[in-house]
Ligand binder design. Sequence first.
Ligand code: Q5B
Length: 258
Amino acid sequence: GEVIVEPLIRTTISDDRGEEPRYVGYAASELCEKGYGIEDVIGLLWNKKLPSKEESEIIKRIIMISADHGPAVSGAFGSIIAACAGIDLPQAVSAGMTMIGPRFGGAVTNAGKYFKYGVKEYPNDISGFLSWMKQNVGPVPGIGHRVKSLKNPDKRVKYLVDYVKNHTTLHTPCLDYALEVEKVTTAKKDNLILNVDGTIGCILVDLDFPEYSLNGFFVLARTIGMIGHWIDQNNQNSRLIRLYDYLINYAVKEEREV
Ligand code: Q5B
């Protein structure tokens, strides 16, 4: 007789059973033919919506501007150490990827989440929002940078803010709120600026991307950079990295007699 099997998984984004993959119903080749870009594929697979031309231009800029930030940052450094240890590309990239978390690159989702919360619960009360964050969350995700500050502004942030505010019609309540928060935090400490994670998170909330998709933008963009660092180290035949003693503060006890 007929055997009825319950489906194991349910998908709502893509289907490869025809001649080619369809992303939320759109054939991949048709998207290419009609001039859509990777930013539109992101819109389809992450938000099940084809972004407008204006939205696509913003998404494209977010990816371009956060693709890499040099070799010194946690992610790239992790991939470089792995590349120098002879690790293959996927594993070296995942070594860098492992660094993406609440302090480095992985604050996008929570920045979007909490600034959105501030807009709703503390609309005209930034200090109320900051006290709530201090009591309930800790450091404000999306605020603060190790080297960028009022004196050494982050050009990426300035560019994105200027682009969405002066070159698009996007309504930006979340970004505007975060910029007000930045005024208060930088008055306390020069480096408590709205950082790249915070800026991206707010713009994506204003673009109506789902909260839990937001870290995906940094992960996707930085993958491009980490692959670049792996290729670069391999091209140079880089040697195994071992830290010199002077880079380590050996705070252990002197040799002891038993
Ligand atoms: N304080 C980012 O901190 C960093 C505070 C704060 C209230 C805050 C810190 C932080 C939130 C997480 C976040 C994304 C760890 C950063 C990125 C991508 C990147 C990276 C690159 C790229 C830096 C010193 C004092 C303490 C703290 C207070 C600090 N942050 N208070 N809210 N948000 N931010 N991460 O300089 O009184 O002295 O005890 O966690 O948004 O990852 O380029 O490097 O593209 O690759 O190490 O841009 O801000 O300072 O943690 O020692 O704090 O400031 O409470 O106060 P620092 P800390 P006190 S973008």
